[in-house]
Design a protein around this ligand. Structure first.
Ligand SMILES: NC(=O)c1ccc[n+]([C@@H]2O[C@H](COP(=O)([O-])OP(=O)(O)OC[C@H]3O[C@@H](n4cnc5c(N)ncnc54)[C@H](O)[C@@H]3O)[C@@H](O)[C@H]2O)c1
Length: 319
């Protein structure tokens, strides 16, 4: 199949592109490199340096005639979505509509849309949270991911466009940079390798910091492979259903640094006040993905973090 992937110069979608190519698919990438990097782009893919909002996107669809569109490109910063809501709408809503119009016009068989289970549910009262929980988004980013899901439903109803939504928890792994939604793993790892003490942001009544559901990028890639064939017209949580506080995450990194004999300035973190838009708790129930996609997470936090440490150590020694 020919798959057009948006945002595949970025962290997650670059791994998805690699896996699709490995599985024998043809891959076309669209990315404007606003937060992605040329070095992440698989040379076997056809790359268009283009904004998803550009009307010229249609020419790419006309030329490439993709079977499937996998849409990862997005404005990914929650704080930025709050300080500049119109920009978030521009990329995450208007950009999506530009893509969906092309999908209808060029008879794309399926769209895989990436939403955020870590954001759209807000401070969910159902914990772990299932897909049945009515989202209560608490940031512009989260609102626009929900709006995106509604557009998919509409395009399906109106034009018969097939789709699957993947609602990621906090994804981490090699190639992640520290500005994204779950950038804390790469941020802490890079800081610790550079001899800088990480700061844990927290609310006064939650001393261990935010609770998150960290899912490894390799597992997320598997969900994208399965979504090529399964999950029509459905949204799926892609998480681990395992709660991890920022303090626990830091302590796990300290444990791994020690066992790998990597130097540590101190084993005690610094603490700071939670930032605007920071959710206290997030943990996703993934039983629907297990049932309908045949997906479940395979990589536990210790293994995943070891891969991240190894990746950033290698980057530093190559620099
Ligand atoms: N990282 C997470 O934990 C997480 C969690 C939930 C959902 N997501 C979603 O997964 C997707 C990928 O996130 P990521 O963490 O890999 O971020 P990333 O910043 O590494 O990747 C986003 C990519 O999109 C590209 N892009 C941004 N705006 C564009 C535009 N207007 N036109 C073309 N390309 C554009 C960027 O250059 C970048 O390569 C996003 O949709 C994000 O909302 C991520």
């Amino acid at each position: 199949m020919k798959v057009l992937i948006t945002g595949a110069a970025g962290f997650i979608a670059s791994h998805v592109a690699d896996a699709y190519l490995k599985a024998g698919h043809e891959v076309v990438i669209i990315d404007n490199l606003v937060s992605g990097y040329q070095r992440n782009i698989n040379p076997q893919a056809t790359f268009y340096h283009m904004d998803i909002c550009d009307p010229a996107l249609e020419q790419v669809f006309a030329k490439e005639q993709p079977d499937i569109v996998n849409h990862h490109a997005a404005q990914v910063s929650v704080p930025r979505s709050i300080s500049n809501p119109l920009y978030d709408v521009e990329v995450n809503v208007k950009g999506l509509i530009n893509i969906l119009e092309c999908c209808v016009k060029y008879s794309v068989k399926k769209v895989i849309f990436i939403s955020s289970g870590g954001a759209i549910y807000g401070e969910a009262t159902e914990y772990p949270t299932t897909e049945n929980y009515a989202p209560k988004p608490l940031s512009v980013y989260a609102i626009n991911k929900m709006v995106g899901e509604s557009y998919l439903y509409f395009y399906h109803h109106q034009y018969g466009l097939n789709y699957t939504v993947l609602r990621y928890a906090n994804v981490y792994g090699p190639r992640q940079v520290s500005h994204g939604e779950a950038g804390v793993v790469s941020l802490f790892t890079e800081q610790m390798l550079a001899g800088v003490t990480p700061t844990i942001f927290r609310y006064p009544d939650q001393p261990e910091g935010m609770i998150r559901d960290y899912v490894y990028v390799g597992d997320v890639v598997q969900a994208n492979l399965l979504a090529l064939e399964h999950g029509e017209g459905q949204a799926f949580n892609i998480g681990t259903c395992t709660p991890t506080s920022t303090l626990k995450l830091y302590q796990e990194l300290v444990r791994l640094f020690t066992s790998l004999h990597l130097p540590l300035v101190t084993s005690l973190p610094l603490f700071g006040i939670a930032r605007q838009g920071d959710l206290r708790n997030s943990m996703l129930d993934f039983s629907k993905a297990r049932r309908n996609l045949g997906w479940e997470p395979k990589v536990n936090l210790a293994e995943g973090l070891a891969n991240v440490i190894s990746y950033f150590s290698q980057l530093r020694s190559n620099a």
